[in-house]
Design a protein around this ligand. Structure first.
Ligand SMILES: Cc1ncc(C[n+]2csc(CCOP(=O)(O)OP(=O)(O)O)c2C)c(N)n1
Ligand code: SF4
Length: 271
């Protein structure tokens, strides 16, 4: 039977640190809904995060949790999964955490197709440290470290992880909150590296610096620029300008790393 998601929270850790209008709480509740729908035993779940406003999420949930170091969530998660492959391992991470300092770990975890479920709280900025640009800050947007506009090209994290070897890739936004649990649920069911990119709002830094100080404006922007995969596939390159695709983008089973490791151990022990 479905639980009140509050039952999955460590309410003694509240109030949380998130600013009014921050989208991170929307993502956290959606992840908890997915876990609830799957009726997973909470003792068999490990939630791992790095450092950042988003990464604080791990501390608020009542599972086995590990709040690690900046950029290293995937390394800790890989160790946990190799030691205890029976666990469902969920990584809650920010765009800075997983694609700047942690970018190398991200591509290699995807390359191995290790059975981790990575949920990126992608607000296109370093929220916790005052709004520096991240690898997902769009070109020409403003940040504390790009006062004249960002000249870098942004990563499309879904394209990146898909190309690296992830077997499940999806994207949604905090405006499309009802879609997130469905994608997370499918990601958890996938035996392999599942990457779910959630576009979220940091009104305090990204919003304020990019003419969207109001959290509602940021949600409207997500609504206006997201296109579901069916629409996306028939749009012209011109129509895609400034828009992004949401939904299940890739889902193709592939050999999984801890399985391969177990088979190797069985083989070598038999020799
Ligand atoms: C090794 C190391 N480098 C830098 C930092 C400073 N730091 C803490 S959080 C953070 C960025 C967080 O951004 P993101 O992961 O996008 O999460 P958000 O706060 O936006 O949710 C940085 C650079 C750190 N804690 N450790
Ligand atoms: S600084 Fe930004 S990302 Fe951090 S809690 Fe506030 S709104 Fe959220």
């Amino acid at each position: 039977m479905s639980k009140d998601i509050k039952e999955y929270l460590r309410l003694d850790k509240f109030p949380h640190i998130w600013c009014p209008g921050c989208g991170h709480g929307i993502i956290l509740q959606a992840v908890l809904r997915a876990i609830d729908r799957l009726q997973l035993d909470r003792d068999n779940i490990a939630v791992v995060s790095g450092i950042g406003c988003s990464s604080r999420a791990a501390g608020y949930v009542d599972f086995n949790t590990l709040h690690t170091t900046h950029g290293r969530a995937l390394t800790f998660a890989t160790g946990i999964k190799l030691a205890k492959p029976e666990l469902t391992v969920i990584v809650l991470t920010g765009d800075g955490d997983c694609s700047a300092i942690g970018g190398n770990h991200l591509i290699h975890a995807a390359r191995r197709n290790i059975d981790l479920n990575v949920i990126v709280f992608n607000n296109s900025i370093y929220g916790m440290t005052g709004g520096q640009y991240s690898p997902t800050t769009p070109t020409t947007d403003y940040a504390a470290t790009a006062p004249y506009g960002n000249i870098d090209n942004a990563f499309d994290l879904c394209e990146l992880t898909r190309a690296a070897g992830a077997s499940y890739v999806a994207r949604s936004t905090t405006f499309h909150a009802a879609q997130i649990p469905l994608l997370v649920e499918k990601g958890i069911k996938n035996k392999g590296f599942s990457f779910i990119d959630i576009i979220t709002a940091c009104p305090i830094y990204y919003g304020r610096m990019n003419k969207m100080p109001d959290a509602v404006d940021m949600l409207k922007t997500q609504r206006d620029n997201a296109r579901n995969i069916k629409q996306w596939d028939i749009m012209t390159a011109e129509e895609k300008q400034g828009k992004f695709v949401i939904g299940e983008l890739y889902n193709k089973p592939a050999p999984e790393y801890t399985d391969a490791y177990r088979q190797l151990r069985e083989k070598t022990h038999a020799l």
